[in-house]
Design a binder for this molecule. Structure first.
Ligand SMILES: CC(C)(COP(=O)(O)OP(=O)(O)OC[C@H]1O[C@@H](n2cnc3c(N)ncnc32)[C@H](O)[C@@H]1OP(=O)(O)O)[C@@H](O)C(=O)NCCC(=O)NCCS
Length: 164
């Protein structure tokens, strides 16, 4: 378990997600979902099997990671790091951050920053040449959050929903 030292709440730890965390993690994903967002299945903790399968798959390649932030035994945030081999950039490794969510009671206290910094560090340690992410245009607060962490809004993201 890695204890983060800077401004986040004292005792906050960022560690890999395990299956036992999933009920709470799904709750966090549901809290953070945008109202009226279409083109994606809704989060539901009533059946955990798909999330357990997803966690196994996401971490089957040792480079991929789902990280949780834990405070005094309670999971308060989550994020996923996906690492893939690009054809471009000399066949370099690239990383993508997804599903960054902090419980509403704990937002604005450095938990999200600790999670994303841990994901960036992991990508750096793995030798990735870049970390990238997309964020819904409606999430202007999240955009400020990512910019503060060093991300530049240099690209436009495109999505094509395949489910209704
Ligand atoms: C965006 C989010 C992950 C940031 O995590 P956090 O723990 O609140 O972030 P930190 O405390 O490390 O940093 C605070 C910054 O986050 C941003 N932020 C976004 N939503 C926020 C909220 N509801 N409350 C407080 N800060 C928020 C702000 O830019 C804030 O900076 P500010 O003080 O200048 O306003 C978190 O607020 C969240 O889960 N939001 C809902 C889901 C979401 O938008 N996820 C990102 C998907 S791309």
């Amino acid at each position: 378990m890695t204890t983060v030292d800077a401004s986040p709440p004292a005792g906050l730890a960022v560690r890999p997600c395990v299956a036992a965390d999933l009920p709470r993690v799904v709750e966090l994903l549901a809290f953070g979902a945008l109202p009226g967002a279409s083109g994606r299945p809704e989060e539901s903790a009533s059946t955990l099997a798909p999330y357990e399968r997803a966690l196994r798959e996401a971490t089957a390649d040792a480079r991929g990671a789902v990280l949780v932030a834990e405070l005094r035994g309670t999971v308060v945030g989550v994020c996923q790091l996906i690492v893939f081999r690009h054809l471009q950039a000399g066949g370099g490794l690239c990383a993508e951050i997804e599903s960054v969510h902090v419980h509403p009671d704990w937002r604005g206290r450095g938990v999200g920053s600790a999670l994303v910094r841990a994901a960036i560090e992991r990508a750096r340690d793995l030798g990735c040449y870049r970390v990238q992410l997309t964020s819904n245009l409606r999430r202007s607060e999240a955009h400020r959050f990512y910019e503060r962490l060093g991300f530049t809004p240099s690209h436009v993201g495109f999505k094509l929903p395949l489910v209704r």
